[in-house]
Write a protein that binds this ligand. Sequence first.
Ligand code: PDD
Length: 279
Amino acid sequence: MIVYYNDRYLSKDEVSISPDDRGFVFGDGVYEVIYYYPRQLFEMDSHLTRLTRSLTELRINYGDVSNLKSVAKNLIEKNNLQDNHATVYLQITRGVAKRAHAFPPKATPVTVYGSASPFHRDEQKLHNGIKIILLPDIRWSRCDIKSVCLLPNALGNQQAKEAQVGEAIFVRDGMITEGTHTNAFAVFGNTVYTYPKSNYILAGITRKVVFDICRQDRIEIIEEPVSQERFRFADEVFISGTTAEITPVIQVDNHTIGNGNPGPVTRSLQKAFEKIIGQ
Ligand code: PDD
């Protein structure tokens, strides 16, 4: 596998990242995951805008991220993934410095890493839907920053795996926030509800596309927290994310959603989404 590491394209085996890297020591870095559908990096500009925002919020000095667009393209080409479904991973950390909590000197170069991997689009999950569990949202209050500090997300997703379900969705102050790596939506009648864009969720790129589709198809979408009690009794539930696309949810904890099959609003959103991505 050819990867990108600090301005160079190398075989992955040749990369050596310092144990003093602040990404390793403090989780002091940010990342993006971009879906490559054959011939298009989906919403690349939106990912770069969000990456810039994450860097700014953490005061990591990277400058203009627009070069990463060609890095992503090159990674697809150098790994012969042009005709595949793939994901591109980009990560930037605050660089290498002797361990001290406060920032290193301004001139410390950041560490930049990028890779591209083939991705299996799970059509069965997209078609049949998944079960999910609800878990307390134990994360910090800057979930809007796409930081590599993903311990609560990893713990939550592991719990989902052990419960043999597809995702865990977090609950903060009794309200559904988002999944471990997805945004969450509940449908009541023909109206879609999702947690407001705020410091308690990541502003998902796929979430934004869901809003675009709703606007275009005149489906009402409201940014309003839904309590965990109401969520369990929603007519439909779905999650969105770069790798999850729009995945129907058919069971929340032990509660079957609707009649146990993906509902009509979710289906129509999926259909519109598939049109956009050309599937
Ligand atoms: N996760 N919420 C969280 C906490 C996420 O980590 C993600 C993405 C999303 C969905 O955002 P988007 O639609 O932009 O992918 C919501 C990526 C895919 C990951 O960590 O693998």
